[in-house]
Design a protein around this ligand. Structure first.
Ligand code: GLV
Ligand code: MN
Ligand code: MN
Length: 415
């Protein structure tokens, strides 16, 4: 076996890229608001494309806006080894969720470029569209289309809460590409990401070797009661939709607690109508997010949720509609790639452990069509989906270095 080269990423250049792009949608509290297919998303995409082209990469865009920057290898008949994540954020997102995986990959490309290192397989860096699922549900939408979990028409038909369609917004920002989604094969994918949880920090470790992603299910519920005057309507004659929703928020919490320690359950989005202080609420829309590494436990949680709903609504004389809008089954990553990350962490000299991701990631869908894995770095206090999200200069650099080592190791092994 040939010895692998001693390539070193440039930590300052990576940090500068993170801080420069944080301006696209930057918030007063130091976070980013860069919703999918917004003007800010277009700005960061334009920046990303220009940086990749400056390295001599060819950038292609598929029909759902996924962007692929390709650096040729010695044998371009091979399927590319990919790195990638997402540049969209939550409404009150931080500077690192998703962004580190794309810009860490950019730093790997820059390092390969400046050292003139030639891989055997081509390398591709991907920006997946709409990972967050915050503006257009579900999450991981366009990597899901790439992997065949959804069809393109389904993605195009997703509407935000203002009724704007994914398709028209994609067109509007100029990122509806020509290539069919999933139209080219991937040889492998490595996704670098912040952990978004507290484990690495608590154990003073720098690298998470990610072996899989837990299962996730999303539901939408509309509760219907009756708008009524708050002063003139006696308590026992009300049909208060918000009260029904409140009892279900409590039920969702309890169902997750009943499946401790691994289960989580959240009502994160709620719309109360007409939302006036002197009207008894007549209609409420809310979402439910259940997660667990075991599909059997998710079945139990779902059954408990569906058993609770009718009773709560009946007692309050409310009607409801409930729909499960998304299932993302638990995923196990590829042993060969996991081993490359393990080797990369060892070679770069970072303390590491194996772990399962609590958050959803594009890698979960890509694992259906290519060998895939992820690399985690810590985030302060485990806080993410928060403007205060924070990962240090050194931790970002460590993640990008391990990404580089893992990609080069995989390329060498498969050559
Ligand atoms: C994506 O950020 C998710 O885990 O919901
Ligand atoms: Mn993410
Ligand atoms: Mn996220």
């Amino acid at each position: 076996m040939t010895a692998l080269p001693n390539l070193q990423i440039n930590p300052q250049r990576l940090w500068d890229a993170l801080m420069e792009t944080a301006k696209f949608g930057g918030t007063a509290k130091g976070g980013i608001r860069r919703l999918t297919l917004s003007d800010e998303d277009k700005q960061v995409r334009d920046w990303f494309k220009a940086q990749c082209e400056a390295l001599g990469c060819t950038v292609t865009v598929d029909e759902v806006g996924n962007m692929f920057a390709r650096r040729p290898g010695k044998d371009n008949a091979r399927d590319p080894i990919c790195m990638g994540s997402h540049l969209d954020t939550q409404p009150t997102g931080g500077k690192f969720d998703g962004v580190l995986g794309v810009l860490g990959g950019l730093e790997v490309l820059r390092t390969l470029h400046e050292t003139g290192y030639e891989t055997t397989a081509p390398i591709e860096l991907v920006n997946w569209t709409n990972e967050e699922g915050s503006r257009f549900a579900p999450a991981m939408l366009a990597s899901g289309v790439f992997a065949g979990a959804f069809d393109t028409a389904f993605a195009y038909s997703r509407a935000d809460r203002d009724g704007k369609l994914f398709e028209s917004e994609l067109e509007r920002i100029g990122y509806r590409g020509q290539e069919k989604a999933g139209g080219h094969r991937l040889g492998a994918m490595f996704e670098l990401h912040i952990e978004q949880g507290p484990i690495l920090e608590a154990e003073s470790l720098t690298i998470g070797i990610v072996t899989g992603v837990q299962g996730m299910r999303w539901y939408e519920v509309t509760v219907t009661g009756q708008d009524a005057h708050t002063g003139a309507t006696p308590m026992h004659l009300r049909k208060n939709a918000l009260l029904g929703a409140a009892r279900m928020i409590e039920a969702v919490h309890r169902i997750a607690m009943d499946h401790a320690p691994l289960a989580v359950g959240t009502v994160g989005l709620i719309e109360n109508k007409p939302n006036s202080r002197n009207v008894v609420p007549g209609e409420v829309f809310f979402t439910v997010d259940f997660r667990h590494p075991d599909e059997g436990v998710l079945d139990e949680m779902e059954a408990a949720f569906r058993a609770a709903l009718p009773g709560v609504m009946d007692e309050l004389s409310l009607s409801f509609e409930e729909k499960r809008i998304w299932v993302s089954p638990a995923v196990k990553f590829h042993p060969d790639l996991i081993d490359c990350v393990r080797e990369g962490a060892r070679k770069a000299g970072f303390a590491a452990r194996e772990m399962v991701s609590g958050a959803g990631h594009d890698a979960a869908y890509i694992a259906r069509v290519a060998p895939t894995t992820m690399i985690f770095v810590p985030c302060l206090g485990g806080i993410s989906h928060n403007e205060a999200e924070s990962t240090t200069f050194d931790e970002c650099a460590a993640g990008a270095q391990v990404l580089l080592e893992a990609v080069v190791a995989y390329d060498a092994r498969s050559a």
